[in-house]
Design a protein around this ligand. Structure first.
Ligand SMILES: Cc1cc2nc3c(=O)[nH]c(=O)nc-3n(C[C@H](O)[C@H](O)[C@H](O)COP(=O)(O)OP(=O)(O)OC[C@H]3O[C@@H](n4cnc5c(N)ncnc54)[C@H](O)[C@@H]3O)c2cc1C
Length: 377
């Protein structure tokens, strides 16, 4: 798998990604190349046009993409395809799977994932976007933020509130999930000018009277949060794989530069002050990868993997960030120049630290669920 994905990625070199980053243009050619060889359906069941492989395999693919130098510009361009539609795979009806999955596996439709809201942040239960039932349809009103790929997406998986929080059994009940057309007449998509990964847009969505047929509701009304929860661990595992890949791309460049750059009459890489941080990054990336593989194995075996998946996401994001920062420092002033690519990696390495969950919330989770400490939030 690694060799096959590497071969596709080798057609998209660092200059391709630097240009996409500069222009803020979606990497369509890259997306099409992966779709053409069937990679976008890696986790989608074979009956619906995919390969039916596990998260372990998907993680190999995503790590390889990021490590090729595509970083998060490449990984995020396809991330949603890989596991985003898991709620449809698990909870969708036969009719929904036949209708929704094959176009995504074939790369004919792009999907975005609309959960985060400006007034709720990490407290998903507080989301305010309402879906109101009117006859055989729902009408959605509200706002979302940070929704990646909404500029290019045809469809969105959107979490809404159908029962007001005060009337719900518990705060996370009363939320309902839809997979539906992103109708731009009813959804204004406003791009956020952001720090990195300009090739893959992130947006504010303003939703005004969006009509959604009942057939686009995934599973039962009010159980959307449970369905989303199911996909959270695999998503953390894939983000971890992408962060490890990005860190490795940075480390490869740093080591190559340290061998070549001669100052004070010898390669800078002959100095231990240059070598040791790079060696440390290598070890931390390897360790993060092992934790990620443990989590992926547990998930694919049906073993609870919450602690490993969260730990993998945390460790990989921090190791990836450190490798990117070390790569910039190894390059000295040149590290700050776009031509050497590592500054782009450093900007992108912030994304897996923040999304889809922050390091603080992972620490809270481990403290509570693994160590049995009182819930702090
Ligand atoms: C590039 C990018 C792409 C994204 N793509 C998507 C997407 O496609 N779809 C989507 O739905 N979302 C997306 N997100 C949103 C992302 O998942 C959120 O930004 C993230 O979950 C954090 O939420 P927030 O920004 O509202 O932070 P907040 O909830 O406002 O938190 C702010 C800070 O306070 C800390 N904090 C909050 N509460 C506590 C507490 N109790 N204890 C300790 N610390 C606390 C947090 O850890 C964080 O550091 C994306 C974000 C980025 C940056």
């Amino acid at each position: 798998m690694r060799a096959a994905v590497e071969k596709i990625c080798s057609r998209f070199d660092d200059d391709y990604w630097r240009a996409r980053d500069g222009e803020g243009e979606f990497p369509d050619a890259f997306h099409r190349a992966l779709a053409a060889d069937g990679w976008l359906g890696v986790c989608i069941p074979q009956d619906y046009g995919g390969s039916g492989l596990g998260i372990g395999e998907a993680a190999v693919m995503m790590e390889t993409i990021a490590a090729s130098g595509a970083g998060f510009s490449g990984a995020s361009a396809v991330h949603m395809n890989i596991f985003g539609l898991n709620p449809v795979v698990v909870y969708g009806s036969g009719e929904q799977k036949r209708r929704m999955l094959p176009p995504v596996a074939a790369g004919k439709e792009k999907a975005c994932f609309a959960v985060t809201e400006p007034n709720a942040g990490l407290e998903t239960a507080k989301l305010e976007t309402r879906a109101e039932r009117r006859g055989d349809r729902y009408v959605i009103n509200g706002a979302k933020i940070w929704i990646s790929t909404a500029q290019v997406a045809d469809k969105m998986l959107i979490l809404t509130r159908t029962t007001p929080i005060e009337r719900a059994r518990k705060p996370t009940a009363g939320l309902t999930l839809f997979y539906t057309a992103l109708d731009r007449r009813r959804v204004e998509v406003r791009e956020i000018d952001k720090m990195g990964r300009k090739a893959v847009d992130s947006n504010q969505l303003f939703i005004d009277e969006l009509e959604v047929p009942e057939q686009d509701r995934i599973g039962e009304e009010g159980r959307g949060f449970d369905y989303i929860l199911d996909g959270m661990n695999p998503e953390r595992i894939l983000i971890a794989a992408e962060a490890v890949g990005l860190g490795r791309a940075a480390l490869t460049r740093a080591a190559a530069y340290a061998k070549e750059r001669v100052v004070f009459g010898r390669p800078i890489g002959q100095n231990q002050a240059i070598q040791h941080p790079l060696a440390e990054c290598w070890m931390e990336l390897e360790a993060a990868e092992l934790m990620m593989r443990k989590a992926a194995w547990e998930y694919d075996q049906g073993i609870p993997c919450g602690a490993s998946a969260n730990a993998a996401k945390y460790l990989a994001a921090e190791a990836g960030f450190k490798a990117c920062q070390t790569a910039v420092m190894t390059h000295g002033g040149y590290g700050y120049a776009k031509e050497y690519h590592v500054e782009r990696y450093l900007r992108e390495s912030m994304i897996p630290r923040i999304a889809p969950v922050t390091p603080q919330l992972i620490l809270c989770f481990i403290a509570e669920k693994v160590l049995g400490l009182p819930k702090s939030y």
